[in-house]
Design a protein around this ligand. Structure first.
Ligand code: CA2
Length: 150
């Protein structure tokens, strides 16, 4: 596989930079750095390289997805609250050719009504939700399996 094909882009959306600081009962006590380290190890275990971007800005997330068309073979995305609202992120992901896994620390289906709809779920291969830090392992393993199936 080419360098692009073996690169996984992990995208973290708004407020995920605050993890570890508040609401540990919902999101756990790990910081985003801990989750990225877990994802990095999972990628290496699967012979993949992980790149990570976190942004609180919708446009920056869209630009990262657009650039991934030339630099990554798969995407794991926790778009935070944009998961429930951003048709622009939906459109950007739709233009990406490789596997896309949607990731959430919590289980949005078991929370407030407004979190029940994900507008990016229809353009993802699947969703990993509710497993906290373990989800980063599972999501990377899922993209690795999808890449092997291609
Ligand atoms: O469960 C998830 O991973 C979410 O994507 C997290 C988002 C939330 O809006 C989604 O519905 C589900 C929230 C990101 C983190 O927000 C924090 C806010 C304050 C302190 C720590 C984290």
């Amino acid at each position: 596989m080419s360098e692009q094909a073996t690169t996984v882009l992990l995208i973290s959306g708004p407020n995920l930079n605050l993890l570890g600081d508040r609401e540990p009962e919902i999101y756990g006590s790990e910081t985003l750095d801990v989750h990225v380290a877990t994802a990095t190890r999972a990628a290496e275990r699967n012979g993949l390289t992980l790149n990570h971007i976190q942004s609180n800005h919708e446009g920056e997330l869209i630009e990262a997805i657009q650039q991934a068309r030339h630099s990554a073979g798969s995407i794991v995305i926790n778009a935070g609250a944009f998961s429930h609202t951003s048709w622009a992120i939906h459109d950007a992901l739709k233009s990406f050719d490789g596997p896309v896994v949607e990731l959430h620390l919590s289980n949005p289906a078991a929370r407030e009504e407004f979190r029940h709809l994900s507008v990016i779920a229809p353009v993802a291969d699947g969703t990993v939700a509710g497993f906290g830090n373990l989800g980063y392992d599972l999501a990377i393993d899922a993209v690795a399996r999808l890449l092997k199936q291609k």
